[in-house]
Design a protein around this ligand. Structure first.
Ligand SMILES: *Cc1c(COP(=O)(O)O)cnc(C)c1O
Length: 432
């Protein structure tokens, strides 16, 4: 191999194992070298180390032991492992309490629980970052009212768009919060399927301050998907009342097999728990099997997020050099794990996804096709041969099939694998 025997270089290994054109391999390895030389990986590695210290300390202080990993059954009364996992999340994210459950089926479900438990008819939601993520827009009932949506229950909605630079419009936010006195303000950290930048936790803190100054009773809920552990602080640290997300994204570390979390103020978590189970039952019930993977996933998450971020930078440098617009640019600060690449045509988009799929460890022989997906307006094409269905801390790509054919790439818990998948994606485009 290329380490033991300098006669056999990494280029040759990749070429021989994966049948990739050597010029593409050379481009990719040059992109990796440049990223290292320019120091673009440094900050990511430093943040990962800090987060790892924080998590290790929390494990030690809470006395995590093997007993906590045991399954509970039935009602799940007295499940100490479940309660300790929730304390761990509360500590790591800087909240008073948390719900971390396999019974929360996804991120969307976690947000839906928060919104449905906190809002009453006549209340208003104010979205601070323009239109929310597609599935959340459906939960709220923006544009059209589906059965069970908040708009069908008499809950109002207003939004303040981001500025042309993709930053919060603080003046309008202050004015709208003052005028509407919304019960809840929704703040989305990541870009989702939009070509806006992700927000730093610092900026989220400024939004919260602006809104609460104008309307002190307004609760701030942060959609934390794809942003967890990308920085050394989290939304509860800057005053978010509730923060929620998915366990098959960042905090699951690529190991948690499903579920969602909510962290924040204790009284609000109680309210959400009453919706998840039943009033009077709250957090005390809920059998939980396979807890070790949730613990281990959180423990490994800073590492996995770091690999994903480095893979995103590598993708940015590589595809930027090949002539495609990318966002963020390689040298820009990152506040989520998402990398967009604008491929310019339906054919290139489909080729990219097929190549990425071919480079996967699972279902490498599947052919991604554009298809409708519940909760989304456009057809979506998705690639990702992941161990856990739909897991997007594992390397995956999704794109709404519409101009300018921008693919959203995220995850990849090992850079070595990300390199091969990126090469296969590029090769598939060049073979068109
Ligand atoms: C993924 C995502 C969601 C929804 O999470 P699911 O687990 O897919 O339901 C919401 N908001 C953002 C920004 C996301 O990236």
């Amino acid at each position: 191999m290329f380490i033991a025997d300098e006669q056999y270089s990494e280029i040759e290994v990749i070429r021989d194992y994966f049948a990739i054109d050597p010029w593409l391999i050379r481009e990719l390895l040059a992109a990796e070298e440049e990223s290292r030389q320019q120091g673009w990986f440094h900050r990511i590695e430093a943040v990962s180390t800090l987060n790892h210290y924080k998590i290790l300390k929390a494990f030690q202080e809470l006395g995590v032991n093997e007993f906590h990993f045991q399954d509970s059954t039935g009602y799940g009364y007295g499940d100490l492992g479940r309660d300790t996992l929730e304390k761990l999340y509360a500590r790591v994210f800087g909240g008073e309490a948390a719900l971390v459950r396999p019974q929360i089926v996804s991120g969307t479900h976690a947000f839906s629980l928060c919104l449905n438990s906190l809002l009453r008819p006549g209340d208003t939601i104010l979205a601070a970052c323009g239109k929310p993520y597609d599935t959340l827009a459906t939960v709220i009932g923006i544009g059209k009212t589906v059965r069970g949506s908040l708009s069908s229950k008499g809950i109002g909605y207003a939004q303040v768009d981001l500025t042309d630079q993709g930053q919060p419009d603080f003046a309008t936010l202050a004015r709208e919060a003052e005028r509407l006195k919304p019960r809840l303000c929704l703040i989305q950290r990541s870009r989702g399927y939009q070509t806006r930048p992700a927000l730093s936790v610092y900026t989220i803190g400024k939004i919260i301050k602006t809104v609460k100054q104008a309307s002190p009773q307004t609760l701030c809920l942060v959609d934390n998907c794809y942003g967890e552990l990308v920085e050394e602080v989290e939304p509860p640290d800057v005053g978010a009342d509730l923060t929620a997300g998915s366990l098959i994204k960042n905090p699951g570390g690529g190991l948690a097999p499903g579920g969602g979390y909510v962290v924040g103020r204790e009284d609000l978590i109680e309210e959400v728990a009453a919706s998840l189970t039943a009033p009077g039952l709250g957090k005390e019930l809920g059998a939980f099997a396979g807890k070790r993977l949730f613990y281990q996933g959180l423990f490994q998450a800073p590492w996995a997020v770091k690999e994903a971020l480095k893979g995103a930078i590598l993708a940015a440098v590589f595809f930027h050099k090949l002539g495609y617009p990318v966002e963020p640019l390689p040298w820009e600060a990152r506040y989520d794990i998402v990398q967009t690449i604008t491929l310019g045509s339906r054919e290139a988009l489909v080729a990219f996804c097929r190549g990425l799929q071919r480079g996967s460890p699972v279902e490498a022989h599947a052919q991604p096709e554009p298809a409708p997906l519940p909760g989304y307006k456009e057809q979506i094409i998705m690639a990702g041969g992941t161990f856990i269905q739909g897991a997007s801390l594992e390397l995956s790509a999704d794109a709404p099939v519409k101009p300018p054919y921008t693919v959203f790439l995220q995850g990849g818990v090992s850079m070595a694998y990300t390199k091969i998948a990126l090469l296969m994606a590029a090769q598939e485009i060049y073979r068109l």
